[in-house]
Design a protein around this ligand. Structure first.
Ligand code: PBG
Length: 323
């Protein structure tokens, strides 16, 4: 007996496989996260993220110009300040590194590439938490919101296209949206880190931003087992005015990406984070894995799960490979 149905017919040649491919990967869907370090004379390699650096202002400008050239979806900026304090004041200083970097990038690429910025305090606080602390040492939700509002105003005045509130404070999207609108920045969009899980895979990022965090973020980031809660966070953010919602990390949370995609009517992003990058780079460095194939398979899986947009440290490299 011969099989009457033969799915393999559509797998015979690369051209036929391309014809029936269900999932696409394009430069415009990829956003490159970048780190810029205050006062740096030379780019500083990030040991746990081989191939990546903390940029100087100059090397950042070059990188974003290339990102625009490649047709990437955007860049997401993270600032590494020289000094940190309990309130993270560097974050609201118009001359603080992140705000200066926003101005540099916008001067470089104008409207050709969306410039996004992390809106969170952890890079700026000496205790490394995403918000300010009460006298008892807890992260103070509402006091933090006031600072986020100011950060949003300063980033918008610096020319940012999208702000990315990532601190998981309750009400952060609503407060940021209201602050932007009240200051006349109605055109600045909000990419909300909506379903953000307390994850071991952020490890290398902490080196990337020279974080001083002791302890963990479990009182504000989500528990890894919760998917209904992730959808609820995304729905709340849409209600509060999020233009794009994001799930983070990506790989260990692909089911959350799918659930959120089905629940909301705005674009969904997913963040292929530092530990996901480091795992593949480390295995590839040992010769244990085909690096380029593993990267494409990873990004395809995140798109297949339902992410319209993927933040990935491989954005530029993959975009260059796609053309
Ligand atoms: C918070 C923030 C973090 C990341 C992006 N924004 C760190 C955290 O929540 O602990 C992690 C990104 C990555 O690991 O690649 N400002």
């Amino acid at each position: 007996m011969f099989p009457t149905t033969r799915p393999r017919r559509l797998r015979r040649t690369p051209a036929i496989r391309r014809l029936v491919a269900e999932t696409s990967l394009a430069a415009r869907q990829l956003v490159l996260p970048v780190f810029v370090r205050e006062g740096a004379a030379e780019p500083t390699p990030i040991t746990s993220m081989p191939g990546l650096v903390q940029h100087t202002r100059d090397s950042l400008r070059k990188t974003v110009a290339e990102a625009a050239e490649l047709g990437l979806g955007g860049v997401m900026l993270f600032g590494v300040p020289l000094t940190k304090d309990p309130r993270g004041t560097g974050a609201v200083d118009p001359d603080g590194i992140l705000n200066v970097a926003i101005r540099d990038c916008v001067a470089e690429v104008g409207d050709a590439l969306p410039v996004m910025a992390d809106l969170c305090l952890d890079e700026f606080t000496d205790h490394g938490h995403c918000g300010v602390l009460t006298t008892g040492g807890a992260v103070d939700n509402d006091a933090t919101l006031e600072i986020y509002a100011e950060m949003a105003r300063v980033q918008a005045a610096s020319g940012v296209d999208l702000v990315g509130p990532s601190g998981m404070m309750d009400g952060q999207v609503g407060v940021v949206r209201a602050a932007l609108d009240a200051a006349g920045h109605t055109d600045v969009a909000v990419l909300a880190y909506s379903a953000k899980y307390a994850s071991a895979f952020y490890g290398p990022f902490r080196e990337a931003v020279s974080s001083s965090l002791q302890g963990d973020r479990r009182s504000y980031q989500q528990d890894g087992g919760n998917v209904v809660e992730g959808v609820r966070e995304a729905l709340l953010d849409v209600e509060e005015g999020a233009d794009i919602v994001m799930v983070k990390p990506a790989l260990a949370y692909l089911d959350v990406v799918r659930a959120v995609r089905e629940a909301v009517d705005v674009p969904v992003a997913a963040y292929n984070i530092s530990g996901e990058y480091a795992m593949i780079e480390a295995a590839a460095a040992h010769g244990w894995i085909d690096r380029d194939a593993a990267i494409l398979e990873t990004l395809t899986s995140i798109r297949r799960a339902g992410a319209d947009i993927v933040l990935t440290y491989w954005a530029a490299e993959v975009a260059a490979r796609l053309v």
